[in-house]
Design a protein around this ligand. Sequence first.
Ligand code: KIV
Ligand code: ZN
Length: 387
Amino acid sequence: MSDKVYIFDTTLRDGEQVPGCQLNTEEKVRIAQAQEEMGVDVIEAGFPISSPGDFQSVVEIAKAVKEPIVCGLTRAVEKDIDVAAQALESAHRKRIHTGIGASDIHIQHKFRSTREEVLERGVHAVKYAKKYVEDVEFYAEDAGRADLNFLAQLTEAVIAAGATVVNIPDTTGYNLPWVFGEKIKFLMENVSNIDKAIISVHCHNDLGLATANTIAGLANGARQAEVTFNGIGERAGNTSLEEVVMTLKSHPHLNLETSIVTEKLYPMSKLVERLMRMPVQANKAIVGANAFAHSSGIHQDGFLKHKDNYEIISPDQVGVPESKIVLTARSGRHALKHRLENLGYVIEGKDLLDNIYEGFLDMADRIKQVEDHHLHQLATNSQVTLG
Ligand code: KIV
Ligand code: ZN
């Protein structure tokens, strides 16, 4: 029996903070509805006190979706919590996400405070938020660089105060996966009331380790992953939703599953790319333009013999229409024949194929990528007939 991992999608909060990615309320509601359709468990809709526009978007998202929990971010400040509670009023299921810095770096250089005072403020914020909602998530910002014993003490205190979820963020993307996994394990083993809350992981990608750290956290007991579409987010971004979901699906021995409808991953990635005007890099895992494209001769030959040779996920599982055989000067005869046959040409005999291949290499060296209309031209030049 697999354990459920809750998907907490912060595309509309941590993702939308990115310069150039700002959305209007209508666009945010559109994304929230798509998040609901694809089975996201928690939508972090915004940071209501940050601006009137963000407040209004949280209000509208709260009205627009039924199934997912709608969550609003706050600092550990009463006014923030009052405003978040007001924004969430009409939500069917609501959560306030409040918290404070937990590392000594943040405690000293951001809050100019002490561990004791920060713990007190955290506990107070949770109790204050509980006046409004049953479901309160606490974030221990920069937990990835916090003293582990203090983090355990803080986690225990906020759970005792009523936190239903405790978020352990690697805010600066500093941790190594096995170290982050050990930290989650330590909390699972040393916080006496840990069974009363869900541990959540929220990783940033400064060293390109966000997905690995999230998976390590889940493998060690966390049961909520905080993610964004296409991995957008502050600096180098957040953990990417599609990578976490497909990693868990591709490794069933982890016994962890999500409720995400994976066939909607690619269309959703495209929607976020378009509305947020943030292009997805071609080699991005799962949703990049090259994620299911095969271009070298050796790979193309192996793929055409059996797709399992070079694909661990089939494209239809994530909503990508099909794998692509890209023709370049690195492609071989097998790929060329396959593409010509797909266009309806009959290539009989090795000599004919050798002859076309020679022309193809000439052309590919000149134009880099050979498309269908080039293939028609090549076939005509070599007097190949349509079948
Ligand atoms: O990265 C972080 O620590 C955050 C918190 C506000 C949850 O985004
Ligand atoms: Zn973050």
